[in-house]
Design a protein around this ligand. Sequence first.
Ligand code: GLA
Length: 381
Amino acid sequence: MNYDEATGWFEQIYGRAPEVVACAPGRVNLIGEHTDTSEGFVFPAAIERRLWFMAARSSASTSRVVSRELGEAEPFDFMTADPRSVAGWAGLVAGMARAIGIETGYAPPAFDAAVASFIPIGAGLASSAALCVGAGLALARLAGTELEPMRLALSAQRVENEFLGVACGVMDPISCALSREGSAMFLDTRSLEIRYAAIPDSLTIAICDTGVPRSLAKSAYNQRRAECERAAAVLGVPTLRDARPEDVDRSSARLGSVLTGRARHVTTENDRCRAFLNALEHCDLGSLGALMRASHESLRDAYEVSCPELDAMAEAARAAPGCEGARMTGAGFGGACVALVDQSRFASFEAAALEGYSRATGREGTIFESRPSDGTNLLIH
Ligand code: GLA
């Protein structure tokens, strides 16, 4: 769907053109998984699958929002309603409308909005962060104000936390708001400092969806986060960002086996994420692949957020032609793997990885490729 098609669809619904249009990407994390909840390092890239959020002022007292994929939400008044009382995904939009008012002092007017998303839902590609950031950017403009991208991302994180009940970190909305075409983003989630690292033109990012929905993700995510906080307390540090793998080994008797595993994953993953930056800057493909494999194994064995289908997909991807490295990506318990693949061999990679995955699991996966894409942008009609 291009700009004209998206705005044409809006006009069909509301009988007038949108006044603001935002286009927000999904993201895939290359490495640095389950570290942002401990103020660690992450390495996401925005993908070419994007979402359109379009809106125009309304003279009604309530706001309306329609999703091309999920249907029409009940009209809501975000000035008076608790966003959590707004049913379904529309609560994220109501939450962002309210957040804009609080953050900038300029509340958006009542609006009619429409969302068309090409980001697979439930695959761990941050479709809800894209909705929040896209809605926030567009509604701020409708309110006649602007929110600087980092503040917008942090507001989006708070809305996601509150509305979805997942104590998620800052990676997804920051990647969605601030990514740059052609580069992945090395992000320090403590200082919020960003370093962009180019992905060589010869490589493409393959997103290999297992087709398994992330059923356990919410409760397990919050539980893992709490375990990391307990581990940090035992180690006597503010967060696991402040611990080294050697500290974890020294204290493993006091931590017990579960907390040792969680802390070992986070501390070694932070090291892997930094090493990945170095390998990328030196075009050291061998190291990139080894680091991705080690990350997957640590998520599987120590952090325990993989599942047989993610393991099978990572394995099938690694064995396929042109693959430089593969691992699970996102929160886990289903969703997708990410692989770095020689662009010129993508077609044979795709066929072999899908075949290997289906042989191992009896399931059908789906794979698409993407170059690193731009963050959210605003297109005024
Ligand atoms: C989800 C969260 C992120 C991050 C990842 C795991 O995507 O929203 O903040 O914690 O899981 O790395």
